[in-house]
Design a protein around this ligand. Structure first.
Ligand SMILES: Cc1ncc(COP(=O)(O)O)c(C=O)c1O
Length: 381
């Protein structure tokens, strides 16, 4: 038996508060979309500082609906990063559009904005940046590019809560933003997502489309008792969130700043203690105007084998991960869109070097120091 405490890469931060809130919803017998979802949407919109928040079943659903609502469809092109989870590009494919990848900035791991203009064609309809690991993209530059070329700005904010740019939270700066509440995210509802927008014109169809295009959901119908009749006013999807998820989300929202403080504290220890290793590139640590959400802490190994590093950490009971295998290296993206190895050399180079170290609010300072000690041992420091 191992004498080390196993240090997981990620864990949700759940306590009695969520358990009680979920139990209360179960006891109420109203378990699908209802009053809790509405309450969660209002609280989330207020937190982000945005007019509308629309709760959905996942970030993938949020991205899909955002693309539909902004009128993107078959034959259109959407510029995004290959350095992301497949959901980002998968949603572009849902609407029949083509994901056009541009290479990344190796320091930030975000899409390199300098590469975007060359990728714009008459078919381009939107830019879909991802705030990788929680580091906000340069939203001022992206907004200017979108204005100049009349493109929608839809940001994948799956990692970016609470991340801020120029004093405003991510989620309030694009035309539409998509958040993930998947189990490993900074705010989790097990599965779930949220769309945020300041646009009334986009919010209305988004609300309707997330539940079959029905003009009034079951909660609204039952609240008015006798009104059972409804109309289908637009195309629809089965993307609604349940009250069980929303009850959990409300608790997680209350803890969001606290969990962020813990993530930031652990990040600062990593950053200070690992700075002595010339063979490690530390994550880009932004100063104003960017506030990092620290969803992931991604280091780059400049002169050691990444896989050997992960194996050595695993032998020390420390779980690490890799974010991301660039999408253009997957068979599906190669067969579907003709992408090839070599197309995005900076994304490929980063992929060979990256390791995501354990980072979550349930860690202790001793855990973080154990990770650092294991890294020291591996690097012979
Ligand atoms: C960058 C990014 N976008 C989108 C998603 C999809 O989120 P969900 O699982 O909520 O659909 C993820 C999930 O991990 C992600 O990391």
């Amino acid at each position: 038996m191992s004498k080390n405490r196993f240090i997981p890469f990620s864990r949700p931060w759940i306590d009695e508060t969520e358990i009680a809130a979920v139990s209360e919803v179960l006891a109420s017998q109203w378990i699908s979309t209802g009053a809790k979802v509405r309450e969660f949407e209002r609280a989330f919109a207020e937190y982000i500082g945005v007019k509308h928040a629309i709760a959905v079943s996942s970030c993938t659903a949020a991205l899909h609906l955002s693309l539909v609502a902004t009128g993107i469809g078959s034959g259109d092109e959407v510029i995004t990063t290959p350095y992301t989870f497949t959901a980002t590009a998968e949603a572009i494919r849902y609407v029949g559009a083509r994901p056009v990848f541009v290479d990344i900035d190796e320091r930030t791991l975000n899409m390199d904005i300098a590469n975007i203009e060359a990728a714009i064609t008459p078919r381009t309809k939107a830019i879909l940046p991802v705030h990788i690991a929680g580091l906000p993209c340069d939203m001022t530059a992206l907004q200017a590019l979108c204005r100049k070329h009349n493109l929608a700005l839809i940001d994948d904010a799956a990692h970016a809560i609470p991340a801020a740019y120029n004093g405003r939270y991510i989620g309030s700066l694009g035309d539409v933003s998509a958040f993930s509440f998947y189990a490993n995210k900074n705010l989790t509802t097990a599965e779930g997502g949220m769309i945020t927008t300041n646009s009334d014109a986009l919010a209305a169809p988004l609300r309707t489309m997330r539940l079959h295009g029905i003009d009034r959901d079951a909660w609204a119908r039952q609240s008015r008792r006798s009104i059972w009749r409804y109309d289908i006013t637009t195309e629809g999807y089965k993307y609604n969130m349940t009250d069980i998820q929303a009850a959990m989300g409300l608790c997680q929202l209350m803890k969001l700043n606290k969990q962020h403080e813990r993530r930031r504290h652990f990040t600062q220890i990593y950053q200070t203690e690992l700075a002595k290793f010339a063979e490690i590139r530390l994550p880009f640590f932004p100063a104003n105007p960017r506030e990092h959400a620290w969803h992931l802490y991604i280091i780059q190994l400049l002169s050691h084998d990444r896989d050997a590093f992960i194996d050595a950490m695993r032998a020390a009971d420390i779980e690490c991960s890799v974010h991301y295998i660039p999408l253009h290296l997957f068979r599906f993206y190669q067969e579907q869109y003709g992408y090839r190895e070599g197309d995005f050399p900076r994304a490929e180079a980063a992929f060979e070097r990256v390791v995501s170290l354990p980072l979550h609010p349930g860690l202790t300072e001793a855990d973080v120091r154990a990770v650092i000690a294991a890294i020291c041992k591996f690097l012979g420091g």
